[in-house]
Structures are given as C-alpha cells and as structure tokens.
Design a protein around this ligand. Structure first.
Ligand SMILES: Cc1ncc(COP(=O)(O)O)c(C=O)c1O
Length: 444
C-alpha cells in the first residue's frame, strides 16, 4: 500500500506542538498527552507524516468499522457535497428519506422512526427526553459500568469515573449494579442481576421511572457480554412496570459484535435504540435515535421538543447510506462473526502462554484482554480507574512496535475494523504476544 507522505507541509512534531498549543485534548491533563500525529489512513492502517505505520486495533475509537479510506464512501461524500451539502432540518432531503427507510429495515422489531443527531451523546440525550415525554415520568435508571456520552445529561447517565468531575449532573438519574463486578469478583447470574434491578425499581417507585438505559454489550467499561437471559429479563421487567428500555448501541452496533445490532444476539426489541460511530464508520459525524411505532405515533399530535441545526445533515445521511451499502456488499456483518472466532483463538493462545493474562472476552470483533499480577488472587495489573508502570510500559511497547489500541486501567482492547484479514489479525497478535513480556515480568 502506498503511503502518501508528500501531501502535508508540516512534520509530525510540528503538528503535535501546534495542536497542543491551541487545542484541548479530551479527558486529560494537557501536559500528559502524547498524541500520534496522523497524516493518512487506508484499510486497517494509518500513518504519521514521516510514514511510521500503525495497525489500527481499535478502529480509532471503536468506530471506523469499514476500515479507513473506503473509496465508495469517499465518493458518496463528494457527490453529496456537490449536490447539496446542507439543508435545514425543517426540509426533507433524499438522503434523510432513504436513511430512515433503511434503518427501519435493519433495526429490531417495529422500530421504524429516527431522529438524527451529531453523535451518540445527543442520541442518548434525546432518548431520555423522549422517554420522559411519552411516560410523563421523571427518573432514568442506568448502570455503573457504562459510558453514554460527554454532554450534561449523557454524562450523568454515564456510570464510570468520567462522571465524577461533572457531578451533580442532571436530576433523576438512578444507578443500578451491573452483572459484572470486576476481575476479582466476577459475574452475577442473570437471575441475581435481574433481582437487583427489580429491587431498585421497587425502592425507587416504579411509577416514577421513565426508562432504563443500558449498553447491550458494554464497550469501554470492559466488553461486558450480558449473561444469557439478562436482556430478555430486563425487557420483561420494563414491560411489567411501564418503563422504556433504551438500548445504547453506539459502540456495539453496526456489525461490531457480528450482528447488525448487539441486541439481535438475544432477539430482544428495545423501545428505543441509539446509535452513532459505525453508522457512518465515523467518516462524517452522525448519531440516531430509533423508536418503536407506538412512540412515533405519540408524536403525531404531540410536539417533539428537540432540535439541532445539524439534525439530518444531508452529508452525514449520505455517508451513512454509503457505509451501510459497504457492510452489505462486503458481507461485513457475517465477516465480523467469522473473524471473531479467529480473534477468540488468538485470545485463547495469549491466555495459555502469558501468565499476566487474567481474562479474555470477545463477541465478534469486540474484544478485550484483562491483565493481572497473580492468577490466583486475580489482582489486576492496574487498579480501578488507575494505571501502573507495567500498563504504561505495555502501551509504549505497542506504540513503538506499530500497534494502536486502547490501553485502559488493567486492560487493552482488540477491536479492529471488520475488514481485517486473518494475516492482519495475526500481525497484530504477534506484536501483542511479544509485548506481553512486559506485564508477564510483573507476575508474582
Ligand atoms: C456506548 C456509548 N454511548 C455513547 C457514546 C457517546 O457517543 P459520542 O462520543 O458520539 O457522543 C459512546 C462513545 O464512546 C459510547 O461508547
């Protein structure tokens, strides 16, 4: 593959210095950030202005599902920009019309109406607003091990430590425990987790609760695949108490788990579904909130109080349509399921060979490796919400060796683009295999 290093006029160091001088990096103290300067990308690789190449084992932010630089999507963007770059959201455009129809085909059950946003957080903001409007109730249930976005409401829905500095947040958000309790305590059964959920609902007053929002397969907080029966049980409890079930599929949707939506693994139909990331593979920003027919009907004669200048942006809708065509034409959803089996074998090999591997999980190409200091006690290689010298060294080693992925607390992620080949997967796992000597050395 040709790496274009001729295009830009700045060096990597210049880009980093000027970026740091005038822009703020997210979730970080600015003196601690050490960004990779990125000049271009194609397929599963991206590179710096100097041509250092990285294998993208995290699809950037678990979003570039079709891989980088897909010519069909680029062409669709260019065509739409020429035809009609923008129309305000009170207008109707062809890409908006076609995307609504297409998503109605792909989403579960009778979900057939969509509100388009700029990303996942805004989709979740509008989901809880809508749930409150249709139920006339106020409280929203959410879980601790979750991320739902960086805006005020979505930040409160978020259970992970990114919430803390943003508290108190919006009123009425109630958190419940997840089925997973970390590598040392492990998993509840579906029955235990559902009993905890129902107890919280009783204690809060079912008639005060508008919705329960949950990541169907939890992303950043650990690729947590729910125990069988859990999501069906959540559906049943929500139905019993008139609580809307909101599936946050922002990260897990669009083939990541080997189905169009993660919830399809359990044949459950949520009331509302939110999506972003893989919807356009992040070529242009777009999020969406999907709703079942009965909620769409509610707004036939009731005002939907929500709006955005960039709602249903034609460029973004055209990008989503082209991206979805790529998933279909290249069978990427089935491919993610198949390659997920290959990925699971690589995970198992790592677990067998490396004493610092404490747990591996994946569903499709949505994977994680949790590292420990001791396989008996399962003491994590870094504490909750913290890092350690070993995890930092592992991250540096990946970077030196040309592998990009997310290293968080005691874990690293294995979430490559769905287009990845067996050889490219093997290339990534060979780098990981060598790098794990760093954490193996710390095993007691
Ligand atoms: C599950 C989930 N929900 C919501 C969001 C927020 O999406 P965005 O960053 O597009 O606002 C994310 C982002 O990582 C996410 O993973």
């Amino acid at each position: 593959m040709a790496i274009d290093t001729e295009h830009g006029s700045m060096t990597g160091d210049e880009i980093v210095a000027l970026t740091k001088r005038h822009t703020l990096f997210e979730w970080s103290a600015q003196s601690k950030v050490d960004p990779i300067p990125v000049a271009g990308a194609k397929g599963v690789y991206f590179w710096t202005p100097e041509g250092k190449r990285y294998l993208d084992f995290n699809s950037q932010l678990m979003c570039t599902n079709i891989g980088h630089g897909h010519p069909k999507v680029i062409e669709a963007i260019a065509r739409q920009a020429e035809q009609l770059a923008y129309a305000n959201p009170f207008m109707a455009t062809e890409p908006r019309a076609r995307l609504g129809q297409k998503l109605a085909e792909l989403t579960p059950g009778d979900i057939d109406t969509f509100f388009f946003t700029n990303g996942g957080a805004e989709a979740n903001e509008n989901a809880i607003k809508l749930a409150r409007m249709v139920t006339g109730r106020h409280k929203i249930l959410t879980r601790y091990r979750s991320y739902h976005g960086g805006t005020a409401g979505a930040m409160t829905l978020t259970g992970d430590p990114r919430r803390w500095a943003n508290e108190p947040g919006i009123p009425g958000v109630i958190r419940v425990m997840d089925p997973y309790h970390g590598i040392q305590r492990g998993w509840d059964s579906a029955e235990e987790a559902l009993a905890n959920l129902e107890e919280t609902i009783q204690l809060e007053g079912p008639h005060t609760i508008a919705a329960f929002i949950l990541e169907t397969v939890t992303g950043t907080n650990g690729i947590l695949v729910p125990p069988d029966g859990y999501l069906a049980g959540v559906r049943e409890i929500c139905d019993r108490y008139g609580i809307l079930m909101i599936a946050d599929e922002v990260m897990a949707g669009f083939g990541r788990t080997g189905k169009w939506f993660a919830i399809d693994h359990w044949d459950v139909v949520p009331d509302l579904i939110t999506m972003a990331k893989g919807l356009t593979s992040a070529y242009i920003q777009l999020g969406a909130l999907g709703m079942r027919r009965k909620y769409a009907e509610h707004f036939e004669n009731n005002v939907f109080y929500g709006g955005l200048t960039y709602n249903s942006h034609p460029l973004a809708c055209a990008t989503a349509l082209a991206t979805i065509a790529v998933y279909e034409e290249e069978n990427l959803i089935e491919r993610a399921a198949q390659m997920g089996e290959v990925l699971a074998r690589h995970h198992a090999d790592l677990a067998e060979k490396h004493p610092s591997v404490g747990a591996v999980r994946n569903i499709g190409l949505f994977g994680i490796v949790e590292l420990v200091r001791n396989r008996e006690t399962m003491e994590p290689m870094a504490p909750f919400n913290g890092t350690s010298d070993e995890m930092a060294a592992l991250g540096r080693r990946f970077r030196e060796d040309g592998l990009y992925t997310f290293v968080r607390w005691n874990s690293f992620f294995t979430n490559p683009p769905l287009t990845i080949t067996e050889d490219e997967l093997a290339e990534g796992f060979a780098i990981i295999d060598r790098a794990l000597e760093v954490t193996d050395a710390a095993v007691a």
